[in-house]
Design a protein around this ligand. Sequence first.
Ligand SMILES: NC(=O)c1ccc[n+]([C@@H]2O[C@H](COP(=O)([O-])OP(=O)(O)OC[C@H]3O[C@@H](n4cnc5c(N)ncnc54)[C@H](O)[C@@H]3O)[C@@H](O)[C@H]2O)c1
Length: 326
Amino acid sequence: MNKLVYFYTPGGELVNRLLTEAGFEIVNGNGTVDHELLAKCDALVPGKGVFRRDLLEEAKNLKIISKFGVGMDRIDIDACTELGIWACNTPLVNYVAVSEHTAALLLAAAKRFLPVVSRVHREEPDWFGAHKFTSIELMGKTLALIGFGHIGQRVARLFSTFEMNIVAYDPFADDSAFPDYVTRVHTLDEAAACADFVSVHAAGEKSTEHLIDAHFLSLMKPTAILINTTRGFVVDEEALIKALQEKRIAGAALDVFNTEPVTGRNELMCMENVITTPHCAANTPEARLRSQRDAAANIIACFNGERPPFALNNPIGVSKSDKSDE
Ligand SMILES: NC(=O)c1ccc[n+]([C@@H]2O[C@H](COP(=O)([O-])OP(=O)(O)OC[C@H]3O[C@@H](n4cnc5c(N)ncnc54)[C@H](O)[C@@H]3O)[C@@H](O)[C@H]2O)c1
């Protein structure tokens, strides 16, 4: 019988084709948990669904979770390991899109696009009203990157061409990850205090919740701008709103929020010195195709008896023919 792949939400043409050609049966969910399907599926592509231990225990046949993108904050990886389920992501698919989006947000904030553009995109443009918003030159300014993985490193590369001073804080990165145009700093405080721009790229996981807190914000320069494209919970949103309202920092540029989707009034979306996008940094056709390709590769490898190429765990009781990363 064909192995059953449960897509929490439809995955796309490429992943469907790759899996169907490899002999899998695909069933698409509608973005809510289908318990019957969960109980009988062999593989799960979880979309934005939250799969904690209780749900994983219902999935008696499940051998692999293969998630589009890098963030695994909605998946209980420890429970996967204990239940003999491969937990996989597709870590190399989004960093181009997200680093470019970060660059766009940083530039938009520095060049005051929100207040300026909103004054001229009117039936009666407020030409001189727009001129009162002066913008910031990047050359010679300091950009502090919090988290220096795939996205942080590419953001550094992009902004090195603007002749910025770039510092990065990442306690887990290897020294070899830091090119000569990036200065490694060893404390968050140091990063906060020296920066004209802080861009947050630390992995969005339990341990990084409120990494950027009131204390960090209090150390930032009053002229500094915070950019966050990782996960909303990595920044203490209440503390950020307070720091912005009290003008203790100059602005923010955000793609991610504490609660998503944002519905109703959110203070951050009512300030002219805050530019926001709706968690769409990775929303490019190129990234989607890469996600589909790599998510399919994980599933196909798993049922070929191999270690999935982007496995994050070593599930208990699963023998691996390829133990190359252990
Ligand atoms: N906005 C979006 O649409 C979008 C899309 C993709 C990824 N993301 C987010 O971006 C994050 C980073 O992606 P990536 O591809 O660079 O991941 P990555 O795994 O390559 O890099 C994450 C880095 O964070 C570092 N880190 C972990 N804990 C830290 C801490 N306490 N302080 C500082 N650094 C810490 C790790 O050492 C690692 O180098 C993801 O975890 C995800 O949350 C957002």
